[in-house]
Design a protein. Structure first.
Length: 318
């Protein structure tokens, strides 16, 4: 491997890999991944004809994630995962994005046609600096009446992420427009995968709390939407019956009851995940030992057809 550290830009993929057939919207879609082969084909098909560029920062997946991405012409960099905020900040700083807009996407998300049209209009009119989308949750193969407004797109070069271990948030200044249409969040292909993912997330959140790490933003009751959410989160951690409150919030306030049995199951499991996080935190406090998080392991999982990061820079595969 030829070291390109110091270049500060990510030079991507080998010459034989096909190129992404650029879409009609001048936007670069960026994803991060670890073992997302079960999502990769479908998400890339969803982006064809829409995104001008697609980038993937992969944490040395052991499945076919990288192969599928390269076969579709995605520009891929492999980099050790050290936290969500760290990985996204690397992507924003180092990927050679040429499109005028950038969009964050998770491999388990799909854009509806209405959302694609709305994003195209937001980008074209020139009045916005960033845009939000309404993300609708799917669970056990069913859509839930649970939606969340999240910031997902911005003018290239204007965004940084909160430097947190988990639950990162994009930080952008300027005029923010809300795009119409839903971003479908197909959380997991099955419950086995869902439980595995929630186990990892709850461990990361418990570890962040044990270390006293900062939240994604300063908690303020009278602040912006993110600051208010962080205020609620900071208070909820110390409330009695907090798992019950989480269940009631999901089932009644977010309206999961309208999805029948699946909505009840999802609400109950969300409360269970919060209980898992609290118990893991308690265990660390009692033992004085930090929980061990699974790490990306590059040994034997390096793809010779894409670039690898060396710290905050990118090395060549050639």
């Amino acid at each position: 491997m030829t070291d390109m550290s110091g270049s500060g830009r990510a030079m991507i993929a080998s010459a034989e890999a096909p190129k992404w057939a650029g879409g009609t919207v001048p936007i670069a879609v960026v994803m991060i991944s670890l073992d997302e082969a079960h999502n990769m084909t479908e998400v890339l098909q969803n982006l064809k004809g829409f995104a001008a560029e697609v980038f993937l920062v992969d944490s040395f997946s052991s499945d076919e994630t990288v192969d599928i991405a390269l076969a579709h012409g995605v520009q891929v960099v492999q980099r050790k995962f050290c936290g969500f905020g760290d990985q996204w900040n690397f992507a924003m700083r180092k990927l050679p994005i040429s499109a005028s807009w950038t969009m964050k996407l998770d491999p388990d998300e799909r854009l509806t046609e209405e959302l694609k049209m709305s994003i195209s209009e937001v980008v074209a009119n020139g009045d916005a600096d960033a845009f939000t989308v309404r993300r609708r949750l799917w669970f056990m193969g069913r859509p839930l009446p649970v939606k969340q407004v999240i910031l997902r797109g911005w003018k290239t070069g204007t965004c940084r992420f909160s430097d947190v271990l988990v639950n990162e948030y994009p930080l952008v200044e300027g005029r923010v427009f809300e795009a119409a249409g839903d971003l479908e969040h197909h959380d997991s292909p099955d419950l086995h995968h869902w439980f595995d993912k929630q186990n990892r997330y709850s461990s990361a959140e418990a570890l962040a709390a044990y270390r006293g790490s900062s939240l994604a933003a300063s908690p303020r009751l009278l602040g912006n939407q993110l600051e208010r959410r962080m205020w609620v989160k900071s208070k909820l951690m110390h409330m009695p019956f907090r798992s019950l409150l989480v269940f009631l919030y999901c089932y009644l306030w977010q309206g999961a009851w309208r999805a029948g049995r699946v909505g009840f199951i999802w609400s109950r499991l969300r409360a269970d995940v919060y209980r898992m996080r609290a118990l893991k935190l308690l265990e660390m406090q009692l033992s004085g030992k930090e929980i061990r998080l699974p790490q990306s392991r590059p040994e034997g999982q390096i793809s010779g057809r894409c670039r690898q990061s060396t710290g905050n820079d990118v090395g060549s595969s050639e």
